[in-house]
Design a protein around this ligand. Sequence first.
Ligand code: ADP
Length: 397
Amino acid sequence: MKILVINSGSSSLKYQLIDMETEEVVAKGNCERIGIEGSKLTHKAKGKETVVEQPMPDHNVAVQLVLKALTDKECGVISSMKEIDAVGHRVVASGEAFKKPTRVSDEAMVLMEEIKDLAPLHNPAAIVGVKACQAAMPGTPMALVFDTGFHFTMPDYAYMYAVDYKHYEKYKIRRYGAHGTSHKFVSQEAAKYLGKKPEELKIITCHLGNGSSITAVNGGKCVDTSMGFTPLAGVPMGTRSGDIDYAAAEYIARKEGMNVTEMLNYLNKKCGMLGVSGVSSDFRDLTAAAADGNDRARLALDMFNYACKKYVGAYAAAMNGVDCLVFTAGVGENTPMVRKGICENMQYLGLEIDEAKNEEKNNGAIRDITGRNSKVKVLIIPTNEELVIARETMDLL
Ligand code: ADP
């Protein structure tokens, strides 16, 4: 069985074709600059990379090009589209409309339209991606897999905000979280690696990338997560502020003459590591600048590590302990100074890392950096969101 995983962005479309017997990626690629000049498809299969530069006025054309690449005599991996048994679509926001992966149907697409405001940059793109795939592959079963899905096991006292209850009822204002497929994948991989069942473990997963979130997984289920109604909440990120006193935001807006939309744009795009350091949102640039003596880059990194550390402490309290701490995603997998900064002075939790192992280069495999006297296992686990989407699509269909 082969499943095509589609991740549609406003001007991009990433894809992976996964053979579910072996869970191997047979082909993957990315369409960039859809609807803008300079559209390009990069397709990787059979150890080769093929670049197609061709106008892609919309996602329909992009999907046609992807299917053409997948079935191409030279760079293709299947003889016809009929070999694609199902399509799994990544969707960022679900609201309370979808609590689990859902089969694409007319009814589901009506609901998708209703909730698209929850992630105005992402959800409309997913709708376009689904429609483009339906046009190109009529009759192929498709699933919607939500980034929020893993977080629906949170208890009400963890997901509710202390606002007027009628606004929860009317607008479903609450914590939804994000990166759910990643937190689910790495927590399951951690249990497998430790030779235990997920039900036996208390795990804290740190998905640290350009966007970062931290999740408490108790007995295989999410019980709390750092992102909120949108991915703006939680720890500071590449360009996002993370948690902030709203009165401070209102004060800046008033002084700088920003309206609400401008303020949110500022908090999402101009703050975080970029805003504090004035250097970059990218952790490679930040660690290099800090090593060169740039004090604001040092400050941004210290703030990030400290915020993550506080979430780890909070979630250990929430679960009455922690057996395993997992690092994943671009920063979690590749930045030793972040892992060190988060894990130092955690002896009270019985958590210590092996500093030499922590410094070893990423080899793409699971790495155990647990310190000799540590009671808590500390693992680095490469994430694989596409595989989770493919598995959930297969389970559903
Ligand atoms: P997202 O998926 O949220 O866009 P990623 O998980 O790809 O982000 O993480 C991007 C971040 O990871 C960047 O800040 C980057 O500096 C950092 N990073 C550090 N080392 C590497 C590396 N070797 N490869 C990729 N990203 C890295």
